[in-house]
Design a protein around this ligand. Structure first.
Ligand SMILES: Cc1ncc(COP(=O)(O)O)c(C=O)c1O
Length: 473
């Protein structure tokens, strides 16, 4: 790709990401006088109305995991009651620390903390509240690096993970001066234990597995991987950002869920997102540690600062206590019964969608999952299929290496009629491609850049440009 082509692509991106340009005033400096509140609210309402239908009616993969109006209204009430809360001041708002501590405790119990085989000797599972899955992963990997440095004298740490592990693990490696070692997965998209074993070196600071991984929604062999780490004295992290609030309930419902949590002695830390299948508002996640000693690697204390004695448990200084209140309220509102019922609906919907995909001869499911329908086609380009589905209003994730599509099933997807509508639109899109199998797509050449080195502009340049466009006003 040449620079001029990149400008053209980014022009198209800008048009789609900035629909309000020219329709509302562009605020690039503060208004001289504050605007009337009714006017501000009306502007927000207008934008919300345009965006609501797509996610509310279940056209988007993942993104909004609950979204029922009454539930959102309840969480908004909780936010309003707690808007000023900052857990950095636990003496002013002791309820903020109650919310955080109880969200962590309930999550730990759900993920086997009460059945941890080391509980008697190490005091049991502890955790922290973070801003989301990525921060939970960054926090766990920072602790793993520091533990490896302090207790294993590793100065040039490596993070060992399957290729399917979330991009946040490579982000952690980049941020914290580690080398990300990614090992190919097997044909089902699961971590290859023998290949992971072969990739361990004296510098391996942590090994990672996912329950499940994002691309195909498959669960890695956590029991084997964590035992491998245990045998070598290496930190093991289960990334349950996606599945943490779904798999325990699926297991209770009798689904086949291999062990992945603190019941396994080799699991050192876990990430689990309240803001996904925990159904809390966006902005919270839980990172858990097998014991309090490991959590201390995240703490920051400063005893000689003129601003006073300072301590902070996570990356943030001030923290949004209202979001922890929402997570706490969402968990209490749902209860075990609510999570079981929600999981039943999601797993059943996922199964119905996967069954429909399997019945289309030109499509091939990727991996096996309780909550994701990932598929590809050996007959025509999956990105051409994605374009045709987009034209019908669907917002699916494009996968690469190999190319495919991903639909993360949520309670939005589990609404009556959504799975049927998806399968009918998918059937129609496939019929269009049968008539014109050579149909190209917008995205194929962009993804293709990743495999080429002979172009003026790289795929990373495109992604950087995409981010820059978002900050244009
Ligand atoms: C398996 C997995 N890990 C981590 C993340 C990152 O979560 P977040 O987007 O909240 O940072 C995701 C997000 O989808 C995920 O699916």
């Amino acid at each position: 790709m040449r620079r001029e082509e990149l400008s053209l692509v980014l022009g198209v991106v800008k048009k789609s990401l900035k629909p309000y340009l020219g329709r509302f005033p562009s605020n690039t400096r503060l208004p001289a006088q504050g605007r009337p509140r009714q006017e501000i609210l009306a502007e927000i309402e207008a934008m919300k109305a345009e965006e609501q239908r797509v996610w509310h009616d279940g056209y988007v993969s993942g993104a909004v995991y609950h979204g029922d109006d009454a539930f959102v209204g309840f969480l908004s009430e909780v936010y309003a009651l707690n808007a000023e809360l900052n857990p950095l001041h636990p003496d002013v708002w002791p309820r903020a620390t109650r919310f955080e501590a109880e969200v962590i405790a309930m999550t730990a119990t759900m993920l086997g903390g009460d059945r941890s085989p080391t509980r008697e000797q190490d005091g049991g599972v502890t955790g922290l509240i973070t801003s989301g899955g990525t921060e939970s992963i960054l926090t766990a990997m920072r602790c793993a690096r520091d533990q490896a440095r302090a207790e294993r004298a590793i100065t040039e740490p490596e993070l060992l993970m399957p290729t399917s592990a979330h991009a946040a693990f490579s982000k952690a490696a980049q941020y914290y001066g580690m080398t990300a070692v990614r090992v190919p997965v097997d044909a089902q998209g699961r971590a290859d234990v023998a290949a992971m074993r072969a990739a361990i070196t004296p510098r391996t600071a942590a090994i990672v597995g996912s329950a499940p991984s994002f691309p195909w929604g498959v669960i890695d062999p956590i029991e084997e991987l964590s035992a491998l780490a245990h045998e070598h004295g290496i930190w093991f992290h289960t990334d349950a950002c996606l599945g943490g609030f779904l798999l325990p309930w699926a297991e209770r419902l009798g689904e086949a869920v291999p062990p992945f949590d603190f019941r396994l002695p080799g699991v050192t830390s876990m990430s689990c997102d309240t803001h996904k299948y925990g159904y809390a508002a966006k902005g919270t996640s839980v990172v858990l540690f097998r014991n309090a000693h490991l959590r201390h690697y995240s703490y920051f204390t400063m005893t000689d600062w003129p601003g006073g004695l300072y301590n902070s448990p996570t990356m943030a200084g001030s923290r949004p206590g209202a979001l922890s209140a929402e997570a706490w309220a969402a968990m209490l509102d749902m209860g075990e019964e609510g999570y079981l019922a929600a999981t039943r609906r999601i797993v059943d919907t996922c199964r119905a969608i996967r069954g429909g995909i399997a019945a289309i001869p030109e499509l091939r499911l990727l991996g096996d999952s309780l909550l994701v329908a990932a598929f590809t086609s050996d007959t025509f380009g999956p990105y051409a299929l994605q374009d045709l589905l987009s034209a019908r209003g669907w917002n699916l994730t494009g996968l690469q290496l190999p190319a495919g599509l991903h639909l993360g099933v949520t309670l939005r997807t589990a609404q009556p009629g959504v799975a049927e509508r998806f399968l009918s639109d998918l059937g129609a899109a496939v019929a269009e491609l049968r008539a014109n199998p050579a149909r190209g797509s917008l995205m194929a050449p962009i993804y293709g850049l990743g495999q080429r080195i002979d172009t003026e502009v790289s795929l990373a340049d495109v992604l950087t440009g995409y981010l820059d466009v978002q900050y244009e006003s």
